[in-house]
Design a protein. Structure first.
Length: 202
């Protein structure tokens, strides 16, 4: 309703969006919080937002890669079927598979040494003992069913990986990153939004 009212005000009074929001708020007795951040704080916030979008793009690309790998792995598909997961469920939750290999993601990204792969938690880089040598880089997730963790907006922000056979750890999650904080996210919330709206509660 409020969105329609804002659109009406903008269309019929020539107001901009911000002015229309203020006008509507005044009519219903509400105040609109002002952005009292300094220009430097606003710039930093904008840079952080852009960085988060960039990392989410990298994670989304990895998710698409893992999904393609699942379709190409009869062993991973059989594992999901044995656990009672249908293709429909796998598609709905965008499940994938990280192949058993130290650098399988190199086929999905043009630059395996891209710092964004490490910052997003997809790749682990170990500094070598010899400072003149290259850092050892390898995929964090190997031979695992991949569960993308999505924000409530639907952006991929991390992964959970379940090993297929015996191995430790059985479950492996993405590390804390600028887009993923374990204590602030609830797996499956994005996928459950429709049911939540229909039921009216969680």
């Amino acid at each position: 309703v409020h969105g329609n009212a804002i659109g009406f005000l903008m269309e019929h009074s020539g107001m901009g969006f911000i002015d229309a929001v203020h006008e509507l708020a005044q009519k219903v007795g509400m105040t609109v919080p002002e952005d009292d951040r300094t220009p430097e704080e606003r710039t930093r916030a904008q840079q952080l937002k852009e960085r988060q979008h960039t990392l989410s793009d990298v994670l989304s690309k990895a998710s698409a890669h893992y999904r393609r790998q699942l379709k190409a792995s009869p062993r991973a598909i059989d594992y999901l079927k044995q656990r009672g997961l249908s293709g429909e469920v796998a598609a709905r939750f965008a499940l994938g598979y990280a192949p058993d290999g130290w650098r399988a993601l190199a086929s999905a990204f043009p630059r395996y040494d891209d710092p964004l792969l490490e910052e997003s938690g997809l790749v682990i880089a170990q500094a070598p003992d010899d400072p003149s040598a290259d850092a050892k880089r390898y995929d964090r997730f190997r031979d695992r069913i991949m569960f993308p963790i999505r924000s409530v907006q639907g952006d991929v922000i991390g992964f959970g990986g379940r090993v297929l056979d015996r191995g430790e750890p059985k479950y492996l999650n993405s590390p804390e990153t600028p887009v993923f904080s374990k204590g602030r996210e609830l797996y499956g919330l994005f996928e459950a939004r429709t049911a939540i709206r229909q039921q009216g509660f969680v």
